[in-house]
Design a protein around this ligand. Structure first.
Ligand code: ATR
Length: 279
């Protein structure tokens, strides 16, 4: 029987995950189906239950459910517990095991694909939702010097800082403090602001060797990366590479081997370029 996998989100229709997992499956000779399932917050628990009832073997969980799904998992990996967010669930008997591959995916993309050294960098993390939670533990593990978390709702930044449990390296500040924080060598946009009103960021956040990363890709990443260019950030990277790498880590959790990612990344990047040229 073909094993069933899915990505749950809201909205999820434009998710690239079905395409990525289908490509990995072809490459690795694995028989699977992987579909996108739209679930509004109030329907999410029932949708996961229904997926389990029809034999679902595993799923990715995306915006805005990464924190919500934690309560539906009977076990969590260490990294998912530290993040307080889950992006991958794996069937464990009648229950779900929750893990988070976002952070590993981001660090892999930056250090392996882009050959950037994260060690010793002063890091600004914009946002404290599921996406920010997923990457924060891995940034600390990658050896950054300090992590400054700034979120529109300050209590969520404080909650993330508490969960990370490294008061010496992790600091929280208000959005209004941004002009007085100085420069950062890595600025990560983990907000969903690019899909709405946008963020208002001062140029003083950019330092001489600043790397700016938006965890979104495509249209949602345009305004932050345009700001980063104007502010003088030397490297500007969207979340497409992270998306492919976190998918490879999820694939490894489900199927026991990590697929090579270069061909899938190249295909998606070429397609994104073609779309932008067509615009
Ligand atoms: P995700 O799973 O992508 O993190 P989320 O949990 O809904 O989704 O979190 C979205 C993040 O973007 C939050 O940090 C949110 O700030 P709040 O916690 O204050 O809601 C942030 N965000 C969304 N729109 C924003 C805006 N216009 N300005 C600043 N921050 C914004």
């Amino acid at each position: 029987m073909t094993a069933k996998y899915a990505v749950f989100g809201h909205p999820v229709a434009h998710s690239l995950s079905p395409r990525i997992h289908a490509a990995f499956a072809r490459q690795e000779g694995v028989d699977l189906s992987y579909v996108a399932i739209e679930a509004a917050p109030e329907d999410f628990a029932a949708a996961i239950h229904a997926f389990g009832a029809v034999g679902g073997a595993g799923a990715n969980i995306t915006l805005p459910h990464k924190e919500r799904v934690v309560a539906l998992c009977s076990q969590l990996s260490d990294r998912a517990r530290r993040a307080g967010a889950v992006n991958t669930i794996v069937r464990a008997g009648a229950a779900w095991h929750g893990d988070n591959t976002d952070g590993l995916g981001l660090v892999h993309d930056l250090t392996e694909r882009h050959r950037l050294d994260l060690r010793g960098r002063r890091v600004l993390l914009l946002g404290a939702g599921g996406a920010a939670r997923g990457v924060a533990p891995s940034l600390l593990d990658a050896g950054v010097d300090s992590l400054w978390i700034v979120n529109r709702s300050p209590e969520k930044a404080d909650a993330l800082s508490d969960a990370l449990g490294e008061p010496g390296r992790v600091h929280t500040r208000y959005l209004a403090d941004l002009p007085s924080l100085g420069g950062f060598e890595l600025i990560v946009n983990a907000t969903s602001a690019g899909r709405g009103d946008g963020l208002s960021l001062p140029f003083s956040l950019a330092a001489p060797r600043s790397l700016a990363v938006d965890l979104s890709y495509g249209e949602a990443a345009i305004s932050f990366l345009a700001w980063a260019g104007a502010a003088g950030c030397v490297h500007r990277i969207d979340g497409l590479g992270m998306l492919v790498e976190q998918a490879a880590e999820s694939f490894a959790l489900w199927h026991g081997r990590r697929p090579a990612t270069d061909a899938v990344y190249a295909e998606l990047a070429a397609r994104a370029d073609a779309l932008q040229t067509a615009d």
